[in-house]
Design a protein around this ligand. Sequence first.
Ligand code: MN3
Length: 235
Amino acid sequence: MNNHPENTGHFGRREFLAASAGIAATLALGGLSRGAWAAPHALPALPYADSALAPVISAHTLGFHYGKHHKAYVDNLNKLAAGTEYADLPLEKVIAATAGRADKAGLFNNAAQTWNHTFYWKSLRPNGGGEPPAALKQRIEAAFGSVEACKKELAAAAMGQFGSGWAWLALDGDRLRVVKTGNADLPLTSGMKPLLTLDVWEHAYYLDYQNRRGDYVNAVLDKLINWEFALRNLG
Ligand code: MN3
């Protein structure tokens, strides 16, 4: 947390910290009902058991990724937003209001990573991959020529993202596109509608694949990718 006055609302920093400590103690005792100070963003339940994506993604990886990484983004978002003008905003509005603002980088990164991970879990499913539903397949063939070409472009984006980030199938106007984003960034900040995503941060695959990002990406595209979810997002 920085010292920017917007992080402390109408409190001075010292009073804010004292109030935060008091509230944390009260919460630890289970004594505070949901209110202005209660955490507004919850960690959504995983849409499947943490062993459901094995062997492509092990329960070990999924357990850490969801239970530690995703949870930490939600917790940090709530800490950074508490007592500010962002506290009661829906997640997408926090993202839109903080994108591109250097003084709000912490809030943006944690809000965007909260959103990205919830979207990533839904982008995968046990026994995924295979042929997309006909309505999506038609759109993919119009944009990329074939489903294979679309998957190749997704894999190239995932492999070509230098360092941490994401590969996406997104709707840009009425055109399907593959895009990659760095760190916490997402297509929403460029006015595109995400359809599905692949997490290519090392924490998404390192326990199972070490440095072999390509093996993770290709296995996910062949066996876990949730085309039905992409079709629903296409609306
Ligand atoms: Mn991740």
